[in-house]
Design a protein around this ligand. Structure first.
Ligand SMILES: Cc1cc2nc3c(=O)[nH]c(=O)nc-3n(C[C@H](O)[C@H](O)[C@H](O)COP(=O)(O)OP(=O)(O)OC[C@H]3O[C@@H](n4cnc5c(N)ncnc54)[C@H](O)[C@@H]3O)c2cc1C
Ligand code: FES
Length: 245
């Protein structure tokens, strides 16, 4: 874990209630897709955990949905604003678990944490199918960026305004993508359905309200076959087999 001051380079609305922010500063703590950062917002006691979408030597990007007061405040932050951020938190997805072909299933802003995983899978020469699920077309993020990486992208929307009408599991039943390992990130109910529907091994990135964000307070525990585990420090990524939904 690293604590540093970062400077906002850009902060723009990219979809319905969804913003993309680029922050300049030390990225040496970021190694794997699925890791997250914890952002201090002046006047608010708890930091806000948000996954890193991608990073380079100069900085990193996050994609966040405005759901409450903290993220609403973030959406009005201007370039040049400085933020106190913990980076390099969590374990992230393990791209090495895929032998030939990966299936990556994301719901809503869950499309963001998986982005650097897919970048790494492509770099390793793996075939990747990404299934992105949203309520409606106006919520879609990262579709083009995933295609640019070289992934086969399938979009599903609940209202049918784009791609397959229905759930990500409907799109998977229809398209039957080949894979030897799967990864999922998004709403808990979606990830549970994906883990129950898909055969074989997989990883899911869990989410819980966080206190410290770095393993001290035990405020973010989940139930696993190994007993209670901390989502911030032992996860957020767990294997399908160990999660007790
Ligand atoms: C590991 C991890 C990665 C995440 N990555 C992303 C991401 O990439 N993009 C994104 O849009 N959201 C992400 N979230 C959810 C994000 O943390 C919350 O949406 C955000 O903290 C809400 O803050 P708020 O002040 O707007 O909401 P409020 O409801 O006002 O927040 C009140 C408190 O509850 C916490 N809280 C509220 N909702 C959540 C939640 N779903 N998960 C954890 N804490 C929550 C807040 O951090 C804050 O401490 C992630 C959560 C976790 C745990
Ligand atoms: S949030 Fe404190 S241990 Fe996870």
């Amino acid at each position: 874990m690293k604590q540093s001051i970062y400077t906002i380079e850009s902060n723009a609305c990219v979809a319905d209630k969804t913003w993309r922010m680029r922050l300049l500063g030390d990225t040496s703590g970021l190694e794997r897709g699925g890791q997250f950062v914890d952002i201090a917002i002046a006047g608010r006691f708890l930091r806000r955990p948000i996954a890193a979408t991608c990073w380079d030597a100069q900085g990193f990007d996050i994609i966040y949905k405005v759901v409450g007061q903290g993220t609403d405040e973030m959406s009005s932050m201007q370039p040049g604003t400085k933020l106190d951020i913990l980076t390099g938190l969590g374990n992230g997805f393990d791209a090495g678990l895929t032998k030939d072909a990966a299936l990556v299933v994301c719901g809503g802003v869950g499309a963001s944490p998986a982005f650097s995983l897919v970048k790494e899978l492509v770099r390793l020469g793996r075939k990747v199918t990404v299934v992105l699920g949203f309520n409606k077309e106006s919520e879609i993020v990262l579709e083009d960026e995933y295609r640019t990486l070289g992934a086969h992208v399938i979009v599903a929307t609940m209202d049918g305004s784009r791609g397959v009408k229905g759930l990500v599991t409907d799109a998977i039943s229809l398209e039957k993508p080949e894979y030897d390992h799967f990864y999922t990130c998004g709403p808990k109910v979606m990830m549970k359905a994906v883990c129950e529907a898909l055969e074989g091994n997989g990883e899911a990135s869990l989410e819980e309200r966080m206190g410290c964000g770095c393993g001290i307070c035990y405020g973010c525990t989940c139930h696993t076959t190994d007993g209670p585990r901390r989502i911030c420090a032992d996860g957020p990524v767990f294997s399908k087999e160990e999660i007790i939904w």
